[in-house]
Design a protein around this ligand. Structure first.
Ligand code: ASP
Length: 357
């Protein structure tokens, strides 16, 4: 018997539907990724396509996830918005809130890996902070972008896609926080922003990237030999604030004024972005010595982009009671010193932390 054409079509559609349903149920389970958004240029919009300027933190997490082609083939994604700000406004309060969100995702049976969208300006600080305080070992990958979401050739969607690919790659767990942009990914401890506008701005200057990621294919290079997460002993779960630490930039003719003002305003720690190997003028050095004697922890870092700040080189750290930052630049030294001060004011113990973390 010949069925009418309309029925034929309905039968074909029904059969296809059954096949599709079977294909879906037979497909392997995708990993569950929690995408946490905090704003930044990756969520930014221009007022019009021809505008150079833009506003960070305009779009919400679900809009941004929805704009990434094929992301649903890599992972089952759930979004969470923690704040929606330019990362130039990042502060201790948001860090602690973010750490709690990451801790909740680490503890959730419904989450296999975490991706965090963040502005690029302070990404090197937030990533190091999270790397030091996150207790779980599920992967945490941070992504950002240099061009707003509305730009011609926006880099955000590609960076989100690659960030998720790194997060679900089998080797990503237990590596602390990773930062993935422009086809590279880096350990939080090493990565710094090096260029004001270029897409190729994040670099691990002293060490090189942790690996490369190209359209979702991940290659790992470098192991990480520093302590992170639980091994640091830092636990911010119950904290609602962090000690004040100021960074002071050294230069020719530097006076003691800003150092004295920082101490007077309640800084518990100072990081000097020193000249050369963490150096500064004699008046500045004297002010730091006085601050250290009064119980303020002084870390000597450098304003230079590469190299180590070595202990007792031109400055006698033993005599002055200072800490040498080693590989850590001023913003990262500030993060570690804030966390260190939640446990101790002893410069010797803090020096060990700078070597080990
Ligand atoms: N000012 C922006 C931010 O850090 C820059 C960016 O995301 O690239 O939020």
């Amino acid at each position: 018997m010949r069925l009418n054409p309309g029925f034929d079509l309905r039968l074909a559609a029904f059969t296809l539907g059954l096949l599709a349903a079977f294909a879906v149920s037979a497909a392997p389970d995708l990993p569950n990724v929690r995408v946490i958004a905090t704003g930044g240029t990756i969520a930014g919009a221009q007022a019009s396509a021809g505008d150079y300027g833009y506003k960070s933190g305009t779009y919400d997490v679900n809009t941004l996830i929805g704009a990434v082609p094929n992301l649903d083939k890599l992972a089952d994604i759930t979004g969470e918005q923690v704040v929606n700000i330019g990362s130039q406004d990042m502060n201790d309060e948001v860090w602690l809130k973010l750490a709690k969100s990451v801790a909740a995702a680490q503890a959730s049976a419904d989450v296999d890996a975490i991706v965090i969208m963040h502005g690029t300006d302070t990404l090197e600080e937030t990533s190091y902070f999270l790397s030091l305080v996150t207790q779980g070992t599920k992967p945490v990958v941070m992504v950002g972008s240099m061009r707003p979401a509305t730009a011609i050739s926006a880099d955000g969607p590609g960076n989100i896609y690659n960030g998720v690919a790194v997060a679900v790659s089998p080797e990503a767990g237990g590596k602390g926080t990773l930062v993935s942009l422009n086809d590279e990914f880096h350990y939080a401890r090493n990565v710094v922003k090096t260029n004001t506008t270029s897409l190729q701005t994040f670099e691990s200057i002293n060490r090189g990237p942790a690996g490369l990621v190209h359209t979702g294919t991940v290659a790992w290079f470098e192991p990480m030999n520093k302590k992170l997460g639980k091994a640091t002993g830092f636990d911010v779960a119950k904290l609602d604030k962090l000690p004040r630490v100021d960074v002071i930039y050294a230069h020719a003719n530097m006076s003691a004024d800003l150092i004295e003002a920082a101490v007077k305003n309640g800084a518990k720690g100072l990081v000097i972005a020193g000249v050369g190997d963490g150096n500064m003028t004699t008046p500045a050095l004297d002010a730091c010595k006085k601050a250290a004697a009064a119980g303020v922890v002084v870390v000597r870092s450098t304003r230079l982009p590469a190299g180590l700040v070595l202990r007792n080189n031109e400055v006698n750290d033993d005599e002055m009671g200072f800490v040498a930052s080693g590989e850590l630049n001023p913003p990262k030294s500030r993060v570690l010193l804030q966390l260190a001060l939640t446990q101790t004011k002893d410069p010797k113990r803090i020096q060990e932390m700078f070597y080990e973390f």
